[in-house]
Write a protein that binds this ligand. Structure first.
Ligand code: FAD
Length: 275
C-alpha cells in the first residue's frame, strides 16, 4: 500500500528522501492533474507542513523565496520593483484557488516549457538551493531546468529555496503573457524583462527572457548586449535577437506565429519599461 508522509521538520523530510522511492508534493496542482486516468500508487512526501520552507525573506545579499511560498504569498508580499514582473505572472497563474495553493518552486520543479514562473525568475538572475543529506548547494536557474519536464534534481534532493540577488532590486521589471484568452490559459508565448538604468538613464544591465518558445525558457543574450549603454527603447529589437528560439508548431500556435509574437511582445515590454 502506498504511504503518505507529511513531516514538519526539514531534516525529517531530507532523511525520508534519502531512503528513496518518494514523490515530493508541495501544492500538488501539477502532480494531481497528471494522475488523472492513472493508477496512483506513489509513496508521497508532502512538504506543505514544513515551516522552514514557507515565506519570502531577505538578508544582506539575497531575497529568498521558500519552497512552500505560494503565488498568493508572492502577490501579498511587500517587494521591490524588480519583482513586479514575477508578481504580474502570479496574478495570471490559474485562478484564486491555484494561486492560494500552488508554489513558485513547484512551477520550476515541474519544468513545463510553458511554466509562467520561469521567464521572470530567469530575468531576476535567480538561483535555486538544492538540499540532501550531504548539505545544500546552489545553482543558477538556467542550469537547473534542463529540458521539457527535466531538471538537475537528483534522487534524494529537495529544492528548498529560490534566491534573487538584492543588487537587482531597483530594476524595472515586467511580464507579458499571450494565451488564447486572458485568464486560466496555457501560455503561447511569454516575455519577462528586468532593466537597470544608470544616472544618465542608459541601460546598465538587461535581462530579457522568453518562455514557451523552446523546450526551456531562454534569455536573449544578443538583445541584452545590444541594449547595454543605450537609452531604453524598443527600436533596438531586431529579428536576429530571437534566432536562438526553437518554437513548436502545435494546436496553440504555429512556430512562425510564436516567433512573431515573441518579437512583438518584447517590443511592447520594453516600451512599458521605458515609460
Ligand atoms: C487549473 C490549473 C491552472 C493552472 N494555471 C497555470 C498557469 O496559468 N501557469 C502556470 O505556469 N502553471 C499553471 N498551472 C500549473 C501549476 O499550478 C503550477 O505549475 C504550480 O506553480 C505548481 O506548484 P505546486 O506546488 O502545485 O507543484 P506540485 O504539483 O506539488 O509539484 C510539481 C512537481 O514539482 C515537484 N516538486 C514540487 N516542489 C518540490 C520541491 N520543493 N523539491 C523537489 N521537487 C518538488 C513535484 O514532485 C512535482 O513533480 C495550473 C494548474 C492548474 C491545475
Amino acid at each position: 500500500m502506498a504511504s503518505y508522509l507529511r513531516p514538519t521538520d526539514l531534516s525529517d523530510a531530507i532523511d525520508a528522501l534519502a531512503v528513496g522511492g518518494l514523490t515530493v508534493i508541495a501544492g500538488a496542482t501539477d502532480y494531481y492533474p497528471a494522475q488523472v486516468g492513472r493508477r496512483n500508487n506513489h509513496d508521497i512526501l508532502d512538504i506543505s507542513a514544513i515551516e522552514a520552507l514557507s515565506g519570502i525573506s531577505s538578508d544582506d545579499a539575497f531575497w529568498r523565496i521558500g519552497a512552500m511560498a505560494t503565488w498568493r504569498d508572492l502577490m501579498d508580499a511587500e517587494l521591490p520593483s524588480c519583482f513586479d514582473g514575477l508578481k504580474t505572472a502570479a496574478r495570471q497563474i490559474g485562478g484564486a484557488q491555484i494561486q492560494n495553493t500552488a508554489t513558485i518552486a513547484g512551477n520550476l520543479c515541474n519544468a513545463s516549457p510553458a511554466a509562467d514562473g520561469v521567464p521572470p525568475l530567469l530575468s531576476l538572475d535567480a538561483r535555486v538551493v538544492l538540499e540532501d543529506r550531504s548539505g545544500a548547494r546552489e545553482m543558477p536557474l538556467a542550469d537547473f531546468i534542463q529540458g521539457n519536464r527535466r531538471t538537475a534534481l537528483n534522487e534524494g534532493q529537495l529544492l528548498t529555496g529560490i534566491k534573487v540577488p538584492r543588487e537587482l532590486e531597483q530594476g524595472r521589471s515586467g511580464f507579458i503573457k499571450l494565451g488564447a484568452r486572458s485568464y486560466l490559459v496555457i501560455s503561447i508565448v511569454m516575455v519577462a524583462g528586468l532593466v537597470l538604468l544608470d544616472e544618465d538613464s542608459l541601460v546598465r544591465q538587461a535581462y530579457i527572457s522568453i518562455g514557451a518558445c523552446s523546450e526551456v525558457a531562454q534569455r536573449l543574450p544578443e538583445l541584452e548586449a545590444a541594449l547595454m549603454g543605450q537609452p531604453l527603447s524598443s527600436d533596438i529589437v531586431a529579428k536576429g535577437h530571437f534566432a536562438g528560439l526553437r518554437p513548436l508548431d502545435d494546436h496553440r500556435g504555429t512556430a512562425a506565429y510564436r516567433l512573431d509574437a515573441s518579437e512583438t511582445l518584447t517590443r511592447r515590454l520594453l516600451e512599458r519599461l521605458a515609460a
